[in-house]
Ligand binder design. Structure first.
Ligand code: SAM
Ligand code: SF4
Ligand code: F3S
Length: 466
């Protein structure tokens, strides 16, 4: 039996798909690149913007067509669009099973342990049931799906989820509804997975979560024995304690984290990050808008001034620190002048990269219900282009300033004699080399700047080089 997973959305979904793969491979499935060769097609969905949902609808319809050539083919869906784990046979069916023709089952990712059961139920619909022997897995041990060791896609880099969910309720955002309340894993669980990764050759770990620096601080966390004991014994920021623990792992060269929130960026956390050698001098800190009125309407509980203060503190603690961000343009009621404040913020912080989104109303959110999506489509597109223009210019200028410097690049891939990898500050660098360098740290001298990447050459012969 062959499976194929398509993943949309953030790093959390990418990591979740690695866990789904582990379960499927334990059941005897093999992964295939081409969807047309699969017996099981799975979509791991994102609901952050309408565009992402539309892509899912189109793809499921295309996949359903493949059933004409393979009557064993089943199509499933997980991720942020799913509300109720169910199959076409369930009494209480998820809304998606009603309106997406050809969809056989869906599951909430937190209920990944139910996947074998849902597959069995779905297969019973078919005349043959070739997978029946595969459903003997002990699902009782899989209650917390984060404790399923993923089928990591890289041997030297990994995403490691430390928390999930979000309690912030930004007025535009669906995540608190799709992912639920903030909940953190224990330091012991995280260390166990990190140790496993390092023992297996991983040199770079990216800690992931919707709000990683809210780690251990949510209302649900504080209700647990674990985090309440933690607070009374150690005080301070649990995320800082976690970072300190992780940085003791021998062999782990780089730790990154994404996404953090200005809310929980306390001084002691910034100081800890500044002191730990393995922590990369790179912070992805979503700001969403450079205007205080818009920030208030978004329910982002900080001001532009506070955001700039955090950036300044990072620069003091880590002089080489680089920043990236997320921005929404055309949010409800955003005037031209308010948008200009975002442009001014971009000039001030000089981000290396920004994920710029045009506001898209999401059903169920506060902005959808109570605010008017009053910026015309063309104006949103214009603001997107204007801001992207500033980003492109600033990023190019930042890159030009790096020409002549040396960077240590962890090589991620190599095609036609050109290697690509990232510096500790997350700069994308291309240089001539061979595929033996993949997974190695290579010193590179920067020779040329482009808008969003750098080119260079190996500074001296690396031992992986012949
Ligand atoms: N937790 C992160 C934070 O605090 O900013 C962001 C996580 S969210 C999954 C990823 C990004 O999607 C957001 O930063 C925001 O820019 C964008 N986004 C979320 N809802 C959106 C909406 N309704 N329209 C446009 N972009 C949206
Ligand atoms: Fe969404 Fe805001 Fe939570 Fe980020 S902090 S996931 S934008 S609600
Ligand atoms: Fe999308 Fe869910 Fe991530 S909505 S951005 S996949 S948390």
């Amino acid at each position: 039996m062959k499976y194929h997973i398509q993943t949309l959305g953030c790093q959390m979904n990418f990591s979740d798909s690695e866990r789904v793969s582990r379960i499927l491979e334990n059941l005897g499935y093999e992964s295939v690149e081409e969807s047309s060769k699969a017996d099981l097609l799975l979509f791991n969905t994102c609901s952050i913007r309408q565009k992402a949902e539309d892509r899912v609808n189109g793809q499921v319809r295309n996949w359903a067509q493949l059933k004409k050539h393979n009557d064993q083919l089943i199509v499933g869906l997980t991720g942020c669009m799913v509300r109720t784990s169910s199959t076409q046979k369930s009494a209480n069916k998820d809304y998606l099973l009603h309106y997406l023709q050809g969809l056989d089952f869906v599951f909430r990712i937190e209920e990944l342990s139910r996947l074998p059961e849902l597959l069995r139920e779905t297969h019973a619909d078919h005349s043959m049931n070739p997978a029946s022997r595969l459903f003997e897995m002990d699902t009782g041990t899989l209650q917390n799906y984060f404790n399923i060791i993923p089928k990591y896609s890289s041997r030297f880099q990994a995403y490691l989820p430390i928390m999930t969910g979000c309690d912030n309720f930004c007025t535009f955002c669906i995540v608190p509804f799709s992912r639920g309340r903030e909940k953190s894993r224990t330091i012991e669980e995280i260390m166990k997975e990190a140790q496993y990764l390092v023992d297996n050759g991983c040199v770079e770990i990216t800690l992931i979560g919707q709000k990683v620096n809210g780690y251990g601080l949510s209302a649900l966390d504080k209700k647990t024995d674990y985090f309440s004991r933690f607070q009374s014994r150690f005080g301070g920021h649990p995320f800082a304690a976690l970072l300190r623990e992780l940085s003791t792992l021998n062999g782990l060269r780089r730790i990154r984290f994404v996404s953090s929130h200005p809310d929980n960026m306390t001084d002691d956390l910034i100081e800890t990050i500044g002191k730990l050698e393995t922590l990369c001098p790179y912070v992805h800190l979503p700001v969403q808008s450079g205007d205080n009125e818009v920030l208030k309407r978004m329910n982002r509980r900080y001001t532009k001034e506070r955001y700039l203060e955090i950036i300044e503190k990072f620069r003091r603690a880590l002089p080489n620190c680089r920043f990236t961000t997320d921005i929404i343009v055309g949010f409800c009621g955003e005037t031209k002048e308010q948008f200009m404040n975002t442009c001014r913020l971009f000039e001030e912080v000089r981000f290396d990269m920004a994920y710029i989104s045009q506001y898209s109303p999401r059903k169920g959110t506060v902005s959808y219900r109570f605010m008017k999506d009053d910026i015309p489509r063309a104006e949103k597109a214009q603001r997107f282009n204007d801001l992207n223009g500033i980003l492109r210019r600033v990023s190019r200028e930042n890159n030009i300033a790096s020409v002549g410097s040396n960077m240590e690049i962890l090589v991620e891939r190599c095609e036609n004699g050109i290697c690509a990898g990232r510096s500790e500050t997350f700069r994308l660098v291309h240089f001539p080399g061979d595929s033996e360098l993949i997974g190695h740290f290579v010193p590179v001298t920067i020779t040329k700047a482009r808008d969003f990447d750098l080119q260079g050459e190996i500074a001296f012969k690396h031992k992986g080089q012949r």
